[in-house]
Design a protein around this ligand. Structure first.
Ligand code: SAM
Ligand code: SF4
Length: 357
């Protein structure tokens, strides 16, 4: 019998709740490599209103709606992680803002900001719905938002996102800025697609006061095209930027996977997320939860833990907390990403929209 089965059994026999009654506050989540897990990313839906070429194929099959956890269940799951020391929650997707009533999730989770248990509640979005929701997000305690934007050119933007309307996203970005949200732009760098725009993106973000993070394409999910053709090492992006801009390294203050530099001329921060060209795993303090309650301990590995069963098995969070503990005890050391001509199929078959970026 596995430890989780044993706990489930004990619970069914009524042993668990009596044992837990006088228990001290549960300890923080520490993985086998001594990394303390403080950061949970939650994909609240696998659906999206765009079809970015590196992320999804055009005719995606999404999960049946009834498989999704309710917003109340997602709140309970997030809160169980907060009770175990998670200080940062990032809501993502799919496109998180296309999930119906998602603002109510932000509103309810904001109670953990008020108690101080949670340091940050934030989201990653493609920006299409921000004109509608930026104010409400700010009112719910969100202070920063990551917005994905791979091109400043409307025609190119359309080609990358297949269904996207550049003007709509720009309206969203303006609304977020006007609402007082701090903005970080995420740009996936792609060979032959937006390579020639990287200097202009730095200039634009500098003028707008946005941080900018470049991301390498990761081999996740079966997409329609050839990934080896898209893949652009960020060392090349950086070399290109340094022909026009002076980049001086700064200490990472975000706790995320990006390595940061400051652009001396614009004063803006430029980050590089390079899962492919060097390991971003050593200081990883993150785990990822899907909208069906599956916990992935690493973005680049398949091992996962089902949290839906312990969540639904009991009204109190004892079982859930045990299942989380057990999952963290299996967090691997690092990812196994590789893109080369011999490895045409993705390293990971789920798309980024399942686990959230
Ligand atoms: N829909 C939202 C968005 O686009 O911001 C949130 C989810 S999306 C999966 C999160 C981030 O993952 C985006 O910045 C996107 O560009 C990035 N992403 C998606 N698939 C990727 C891949 N295969 N490699 C690298 N980044 C990817
Ligand atoms: Fe949708 Fe984000 Fe994936 Fe683009 S990257 S298809 S916006 S989930």
């Amino acid at each position: 019998m596995s430890p989780t089965q044993a706990v489930l059994e004990a619970h069914t026999n009524g042993l668990y709740s009596s044992r837990m009654k006088d228990a001290p506050a549960p300890p923080a989540l520490i993985d086998p490599f001594g990394r303390v897990v403080r950061y949970l990313r939650v994909s609240v839906t696998d659906r999206c209103d765009l079809r970015c070429v590196y992320c999804m194929s055009e005719d995606m099959t999404f999960l049946p709606k009834e498989d999704l956890l309710s917003l109340e269940e997602l709140d309970r799951l997030c809160s169980a992680f907060v009770a175990r020391g998670v200080q940062k929650l990032r809501i993502t997707g799919g496109e998180p803002l296309v999930r119906r009533n998602v603002i109510s999730l932000f509103e309810s989770l904001s109670r953990h900001l008020k108690t101080g248990a949670l340091e940050e509640l934030t989201l990653t979005t493609n920006g299409t719905q921000l004109a509608k929701y930026a104010e409400a997000l700010r009112a719910a305690g969100v202070q920063r938002v990551n917005i994905s934007l791979d091109s400043l050119d409307p025609v190119r933007f359309k080609a990358i996102t297949r269904w996207g309307d550049h003007a709509q996203v720009m309206d969203g970005i303006r609304a977020a800025k006007a609402a007082g949200l701090k903005i970080k732009i995420n740009t996936v760098a792609m060979r032959g697609v937006n390579q020639d725009e990287v200097e202009d993106l730095v200039a634009w973000c500098g003028t707008e006061g946005f941080d900018l993070v470049f991301i390498e394409t990761m081999p996740m999910g079966d997409i329609d095209g050839d990934r080896t053709a898209q893949y652009l090492p960020l060392s090349m992006v950086r070399a290109r930027l340094e022909r026009r801009w002076t980049l001086s390294p700064i200490a990472d203050v975000t706790g995320g996977p990006a390595r940061y530099t400051r652009c001396v001329e614009t004063g803006g921060r430029i980050g590089f997320i390079t899962p492919m060209t060097h390991n971003f795993c050593e200081a990883c303090n993150r785990v990822r939860l899907t909208c069906t309650g599956t916990l992935y301990m690493c973005l680049g590995q398949d091992d996962a833990a089902d949290l839906r069963r312990p969540l639904r098995a009991s009204k109190d969070d004892g079982l859930l907390s045990e299942a989380i503990q057990e999952a963290i005890a299996r967090k691997p050391k690092g990812n196994d990403f590789i893109i080369d001509r011999r490895h045409k199929s993705p390293a990971i078959h789920r798309t980024m929209s399942v686990t959230g970026g």
